[in-house]
Design a protein. Structure first.
Length: 86
């Protein structure tokens, strides 16, 4: 059985704030990881269950989302193997 790597999710809000969350990937009944990018992109909000509360973030409040490590399955329009240049 392979060891699961935690997923880091950073949400950058339009007001300039950003928050980072970490979670373990869920498993489907067949044992393959659910692609978190597919879940997030098809939704009107991001819903995050924290230890003491439920956080609902409307997509309208988000400027950018970072997921690390990147999912192995990406949309056809994704630019792969890019490097950020500051």
């Amino acid at each position: 059985m392979s060891k699961l790597t935690p997923i880091s999710l950073t949400v950058h809000y339009i007001n300039g704030e950003s928050y980072q969350f970490e979670f373990m990937p869920h498993q489907t009944l067949q044992g393959s990881p659910i692609n978190p990018l597919q879940q997030i992109l098809g939704s009107h909000e991001i819903i995050i269950e924290l230890e003491d509360r439920l956080l609902v973030i409307p997509m309208e409040n988000i400027q950018a989302i970072e997921i690390s490590p990147p999912p192995s399955i990406l949309p056809d329009t994704a630019i792969r193997h890019a490097e950020q240049v500051d």
